[in-house]
Design a protein around this ligand. Sequence first.
Ligand code: 5GP
Length: 195
Amino acid sequence: MQKNTVFILSGPAWAGKNTIWNLIRPLCSDYIEESTSTTTRTPIREWEIHWVDYYFVSKNEFEQKIHKGEFLEYAVVHTFYYGSTKDELARITSLGKCPIYIIEPQGMTHLKPLLEDAGYRVVTIFLLPPSIDEMKKRLHNRWTETPEQFEIRLATAMTELEQQDFYDIKIVNDDIEKAKEELLIVLDKNNALRK
Ligand code: 5GP
């Protein structure tokens, strides 16, 4: 059966989007699948695998994909391109699963109306860090790039926080298990955890 619910999960860097999704993914892999984004950023985290975490491409390749109309949406985030392709949506829905997009707010703003016009039900979720101070602390502790990139990412995170009211649901990640359970409840209430 083709499912028509799509989830979009956003939140500033270090709110814990990927950590929470990595906890939930094994519990719902028969029903929900993340749309793998394409990016011009290079792999910066030791676990990142091409074709799994991202499709890592050159700027030239990305721009060719834009010209060919391969993206549903794309954005420039802290100097790199990030985009969600039409192919990924087709791949996931053809498996009878609900796609989840883990993308930033510009992407949500473009993607939501586009998917709704195509007949999908779109549920948007914003994950918040417990406080701005805690977000900065996590940022310092986990920093892997240059000080310039750090400042750019912090500024992006602050701008992203301003977008939280445009989402259907907000979850505060003050406790990882609690936030995980809250997200699972949202997925379940939207009938995504069953065939
Ligand atoms: P990171 O470099 O930390 O992996 O990702 C930076 C930001 O880009 C994160 O907020 C992430 O959710 C977002 N992002 C990842 N993929 C996409 C995408 O396909 N489109 C958009 N608009 N944002 C994305």
